[in-house]
Each structure stands twice: as structure tokens, then as C-alpha cells.
Design a protein around this ligand. Structure first.
Ligand code: NDP
Length: 454
């Protein structure tokens, strides 16, 4: 796939980029390895000074960075600017916390001195997606750099300007050249980088298919890998929930980022006594959403990022309707240039329908009805994925049942699932393994060295 900026609002190709030649890639890999030798010796105070400056740049240039994101992948401009500012908060979180999180951990062994010392691994390859083109990268880079690792970014082919802007942020902030580099390379060349002995670990955020390929390649090379893959997150509403708040949040949780978020709520599982009322209000609210030009402040939902995503999503909707799902709203691409798909609601799909078990990456919601808590948990778990879950109930016993019973890496009660620098982020089952952010995230790419001194 060509490395290019194709405006999803118009379908026009705005810029194309050449992939690195083998010789250029070799120079960058060597620079990464050479930089690591010195960079790992830098103090927390030095790294914190650079990271603080990176946060300042992300804040100060949120408008410019936001416009690049919107131009390349179509998210509403205000959300894109907010994304740049959110990246600044992640940088500041690790400025404040990294040293404390990575200090030696003493262990009582009786007599001898024993402790765990955390040391960086080296160059880490980050393979990142286009959906949160700044946030996904910074949530890897901020902890990795603060821990003394160096980063190599292989970004999605449709966000090359975001990739280059991020490299510029870290360079301008003062990080040594080579500590964070963008590699403009084709997908076909990724395995070669994973296998390169100078690269010590790999992290991927993306689809299940990419996860299988990258995970297999990292396994063959015996390299640590973190996989943040897709999700088909349940949003469960029980009779005791605040229905107004649940409906309002359900719409936001489904439509965030034009519906293209791994932790967007995708399957709305509603208790039977309130299901008809929830359905009526939810469809009504989805109808009032404004779809349009993502640079217009009145727009709630912009275009999907690529034509491929649009076609794939529509095929999933058509298959679901054919399998027996009721189509309550939307259901076909808008007749205008660009990759526009309207807010769409499907109800009661059978288990063989994509809307029942697959990830639908766009503004399409699936409604399901649950007889009781046990059935709601069964439906929540009836997917190969296990990323996040949002459950709405004021009943403490029900809350406990959901927290224990839902197969997911994250459960949020009476609020939507969000990615927050202070909270570990990641999934189970086909949503991948490993964690990003918070304390668990910074520990993923470290040698936890056991030391015992007699
Ligand atoms: P991909 O998984 O294809 O892309 C994510 C990143 O992985 C990109 O940098 C991509 O590079 C790279 N990649 C893809 N295949 C391989 C491979 N075999 N080996 C190494 N790197 C690879 O996502 P898509 O953009 O195709 O989106 C498809 C689906 O993925 C969505 O519908 C959604 O279900 C899921 N997805 C989930 C995301 C999440 O946040 N968990 C984010 C994005 C997508 P390149 O672009 O060059 O192919």
C-alpha cells in the first residue's frame, strides 16, 4: 500500500512519500542501536526535561497537529486538537512518575540484600494505527523514552505526516537524534525489522490479523511483544441504571472518533424490561447526529479513514441484515465524495451475524436484549475479543458480578471506557496481551533484573 495522505473527506491524494531504501533503513537501525548505548545512561532528570518540553510542544502546536490528523484520517478537528493535548498529559504523567516507578524494588530474603532493578531493553519497534495517530504513538513513546529505551515508529501507511510530525516533536524537545525515529516502510518490510538483532522488542496496536503476523514474527525471533488489538466492547444497561445518562453516553461511546476506536462501545446489551425504551431513545439520539466535514465545528461524525474501511464496514452491515438483524437506522454509505457512513443501528442479530461477534469499526451500533445478569454476562463474553466493557447498574451486587464475570482487560462501571495515562490499558482473548500506560505499561519493555548480594 502506498505511503500517502489521502483526504478521507474528498478522496483526493494530497501527498505521497517514498519508502526508505534498504540502505536508509540500515542507517536508521544502526543509529538507533548506537544512540541506545548513550541514551540509557542519561538521568531521569535529563529525560524529564526533554519530555516536559515535548509536552509543551504538543500543547502549543495542538492546532497544527490537529489539522494534520484530520486531513489524514478524518476525525473532527476539535477532537484531533484534544488528542494532541491529551498526549501532553501522558508525557507529563511519566515525567512525574517514571523515576518512582522504576526505582529498585527491595525483596526480603533474610540476611542477604536482594532487590529487582529495572533496566531498559534497547530499541523497541512500535507498529501503530491511524485511528488515534498521535495518542497511540505517545502512549508507547512517553514511558519507553522515560525508561531509557529508544523508539522506532512504523506508522500506518495513511498517516505519514503524523509520523513525521511526531519524530519532529521529540527531536525539537531535545531528545538525542536516534532516540525516536520514524521509519517510512512498507508492511512487507516490517518482519525484516522485527528480526533485526538490534531491535529488542515490538509493540503493535492494530487489527487481529496484524497481531497474528507480528506476534508470530516476534515469537520466531524470541522478542518480547505487546499486542493491543481490536475489540467488540459490550455496553450493558441494567434496569437500575440512570437511563438518560446511559443513552447519552452510549451514543458518545459508539461514535467517538467516527466510530473507529478499539474501545468504542459496539454491542449494547440491555435488560429486557428497559430494552424497548432504550432502543427508542438511542435511535432517536443517533438520528440527531451531524455527519459532515470534520473541520466544521458542528460536525459530530466525519468520514471513515479509508475507502477500504468503508467498504468493509458496509459489507458487515449487509451480511448482518441478511442474517436477520433488524436495521433501525442508516445502513448504506452516503452518496457524496469521501468515505461517509451514517450512524447506523442494528438490533437482535443472530450469533452468525458479523454484528453479533465481530468488530465493527465505524458508526454502527448493535442492540441485544438480556434476560438477566447471567445472560448479560454471557452475551458480553460471546465474542472472540476481550478489550473493554462498560456496565450500567446502581446495584452493588450486580456490579460485583459484572466486574468478576466479564472477560475483558478493562471494566468501567456507570461510565464509558477511556484510555487514561493513569490506568493500565489492554485486553485479553483476541484483543491481545500486555498492558500500556500507568505502572504496568512502563514495565513491559524492561529487564527486571534480580540481584542478590551475600
Ligand atoms: P491494521 O492492523 O492493518 O494496521 C495497523 C498497523 O499495523 C499499521 O501500521 C499497519 O501498516 C500495520 N500492519 C498491518 N498488517 C501488518 C503485518 N502483517 N505486519 C506488520 N504490520 C502490519 O489495521 P487497518 O488499518 O487495516 O484496520 C483494519 C481493522 O483493524 C479495523 O477495522 C479494526 O478492526 C482494527 N484496528 C484496530 C485498532 C485498535 O485501536 N485496536 C486500530 C486500527 C485498526 P500499514 O498501514 O502499512 O498496513
Amino acid at each position: 500500500m502506498a505511503i500517502a495522505t489521502i483526504d478521507p473527506t474528498t478522496g483526493k491524494t494530497l501527498r505521497t512519500f517514498n519508502a526508505l531504501t534498504p540502505a536508509e533503513l540500515e542507517l536508521k537501525l544502526q543509529l538507533s542501536a548506537d544512540t541506545f548505548r548513550d541514551y540509557r545512561q542519561t538521568s531521569f532528570a535529563e529525560r524529564a526535561r526533554w519530555m516536559r518540553r515535548a509536552a509543551e510542544l504538543l500543547d502549543a502546536e495542538a492546532e497544527r497537529f490537529g489539522r494534520i490528523m484530520t486531513e489524514e484520517m478524518g476525525k473532527p478537528l476539535e477532537a484531533a486538537k484534544a488528542e494532541a493535548r491529551k498526549c501532553a498529559t501522558a508525557c507529563r504523567y511519566y515525567v512525574a512518575k517514571a523515576e518512582g516507578l522504576l526505582k529498585d524494588r527491595p525483596i526480603e530474603v533474610g540476611g542477604d540484600t536482594a532487590f529487582v532493578r529495572y533496566q531498559p531493553l534497547g530499541p523497541v519497534l512500535a507498529i501503530m494505527p491511524w485511528n488515534f495517530p498521535f495518542w497511540q504513538v505517545v502512549r508507547f513513546a512517553a514511558p519507553a523514552l522515560m525508561a531509557g529505551n529508544v523508539g522506532l515508529l512504523k506508522h500506518a501507511h495513511n498517516v505519514p505526516q503524523c509520523a513525521l510530525a511526531l519524530e519532529e516533536v521529540f527531536l525539537q524537545a531535545g531528545f538525542p537524534a536516534g532516540s525516536f525515529q520514524t521509519l517510512l516502510i512498507e508492511t512487507a518490510d516490517v518482519n525484516r525489522v522485527i528480526e533485526d538483532p538490534r531491535v529488542r522488542a515490538v509493540t503493535l496496536t492494530g487489527s487481529e490479523a496484524a497481531g497474528r503476523s507480528v506476534g508470530a514474527s516476534a515469537g520466531r525471533s524470541l522478542k518480547k511483544v505487546v499486542l493491543e488489538l481490536g475489540g467488540s466492547d459490550p455496553f450493558v444497561v441494567m434496569p437500575s441504571a440512570d437511563l438518560d445518562k446511559a443513552v447519552e453516553t452510549a451514543v458518545s461511546a459508539r461514535l467517538i472518533n467516527n466510530g473507529q476506536s478499539c474501545i468504542a462501545a459496539k454491542r449494547f446489551i440491555v435488560a429486557e424490561p428497559i430494552a424497548a425504551e432504550f432502543e427508542r431513545r438511542f435511535v432517536e439520539r443517533m438520528k440527531r447526529v451531524t455527519v459532515g466535514d470534520p473541520t466544521d465545528p458542528k460536525t459530530d461524525v466525519g468520514p471513515l479513514a479509508t475507502e477500504g474501511i468503508l467498504k468493509g464496514l458496509h459489507a458487515q452491515v449487509e451480511q448482518s441484515v441478511k442474517a436477520g438483524a433488524r436495521l433501525l437506522l442508516g445502513g448504506k454509505p452516503l452518496e457524496r465524495p469521501g468515505n461517509f457512513y451514517p450512524p447506523t443501528v442494528l438490533a437482535d442479530p443472530p450469533p452468525n451475524a458479523p454484528a453479533f461477534h465481530d468488530e465493527l469499526f465505524g458508526p454502527v451500533a448493535t442492540l441485544l436484549r438480556a434476560r438477566d445478569v447471567k445472560h448479560a454476562i454471557e452475551l458480553a463474553n460471546a465474542t472472540p475479543f476481550g478489550l473493554g466493557a462498560s456496565v450500567w447498574t446502581k446495584d452493588a451486587a450486580e456490579q460485583r458480578q459484572f466486574i468478576d464475570g466479564v472477560e475483558a482487560g478493562m471494566v468501567f462501571v456507570n461510565e464509558m471506557v477511556v484510555s487514561d495515562a493513569r490506568l493500565p490499558f489492554g485486553g485479553v482473548k483476541n484483543s491481545g496481551h500486555g498492558r500500556e500506560l500507568a505502572d504496568l505499561g512502563i514495565h513491559e519493555f524492561l529487564n527486571a533484573k534480580t540481584v542478590r548480594v551475600a
